[in-house]
Design a protein around this ligand. Structure first.
Ligand code: XMP
Length: 318
């Protein structure tokens, strides 16, 4: 029978044999798959695994610095690359959802390729591909591997794509990846993390993206997600997030009339993201969260809760 401990032992031995003393590059996303792949490879080849963690400026509040620190604490040889300005600059003025995705994919590849060139004499590219990615070739969880896959046929092949590929999780399902992660003592906070799309907050800001809008949405998302954790609701939800709508509405604050942004909160139950139902969150929670957001986030005066199921509504609004 399959056990995570045996999988780790066998895989580490195989990776050692296959890779020897050659260097490997891996893109970390903060997600479960790339993290588990990195820890497995680190066990096998140590410092010869060169991890690259890119901040595209569209991550959750504090995510880049906190996750980078966690990776360092795990002993990984990781380089954090803050490319926020490069992504925001490339996205300037673009409102079309698919074009935003394409821009983010392209810039990611450029940044990653630049960084990969700095690792001298690398021979391998490691990816956190899991079995459902192999059969669908579309990842619901996103991250570098999904981005690379959906964009590698656009333009010429970047140099890192010419490396030999190693995918230690290729035969595993998501729950097996989590069990493998747990058996290597990766924390539940990382393993139980909700999926987060590769293009990040860019597809939750409807319309064009500015640094100011990203900052507003990060605060809203932070209050919502922290609230879910504090109320013990986080693990009952498959995915949750907030959308910044391109709509201003009238409000009152004291004696003043306001004309500010509206945000939509979304929380869904699902098994694979293909279908989803909105979660019946307690009214008391929604009430508290709405008050917190409106009181604490300047520029937002209205909160709505999305009660649409997929299909026909998708999980993301873009
Ligand atoms: P939808 O909105 O299609 O989302 O119902 C289903 C799942 O896929 C995620 N998603 C993406 N992930 N790149 C990604 O890596 C994307 O462009 C993308 N669009 C949607 C979404 O967060 C949900 O988990």
């Amino acid at each position: 029978t399959w056990t995570p401990d045996a999988f780790v032992d066998i895989t580490v031995a195989e990776l050692k044999k296959k890779i020897g003393s050659e260097k490997v590059i891996l893109g970390l996303s903060g997600g479960v798959d790339s993290t588990v792949a990195a820890v497995l490879l680190h066990k096998a080849i140590g410092k010869n695994l060169h991890c690259i963690f890119v901040n595209n400026g569209l991550l959750r509040k504090n995510e880049f610095s906190e996750v980078l620190e966690q990776y360092e604490d795990m002993g990984l040889n990781v380089k954090g690359v803050d490319a926020s300005a490069r992504f925001l600059d490339a996205l300037k003025g673009e409102s079309d959802p698919e074009k935003k995705r394409k821009i983010i994919g392209r810039v990611f590849i450029e940044v990653f390729d630049d960084e990969a060139h700095l690792v001298e004499d690398a021979k391998w590219l490691a990816q956190g591909t899991i079995y459902p990615d192999v059969i669908e070739s579309v990842s619901a969880t996103g991250g570098p591997s999904a981005t690379i896959k959906s964009h590698h046929n656009v333009g010429g092949l970047p140099d890192f794509m010419k490396l030999k590929v190693v995918e230690p999780l290729k035969m595993l399902f998501k729950d097996e990846v989590r069990r493998v992660g747990r058996s290597m003592a990766i924390g539940d906070e990382r393993l139980g993390r909700h999926p987060f799309p590769g293009p990040g907050l860019a597809i939750r800001i409807l319309g064009d993206i500015t640094a100011e809008k990203v900052a507003i949405l990060q605060e809203v998302d932070y209050i919502f997600i922290k609230g879910l954790r504090d109320w013990g609701l986080y693990d009952q939800v498959w995915q949750a997030g907030a959308m910044l709508l391109p709509v201003n509405s009238v409000g009152v604050m004291g004696d003043e009339r306001t004309y500010e942004k509206c945000v939509a909160l979304r929380a869904v139950e699902s098994t694979d993201g293909m279908t989803a139902d909105w979660v019946n969150l307690p009214y008391e929670f929604l009430q508290k969260t709405s008050n917190d957001i409106i009181n604490k986030v300047p520029g937002v005066n209205r909160v709505v809760y999305d009660i649409s199921s997929k299909p026909p509504a998708t999980i993301e609004w873009e």
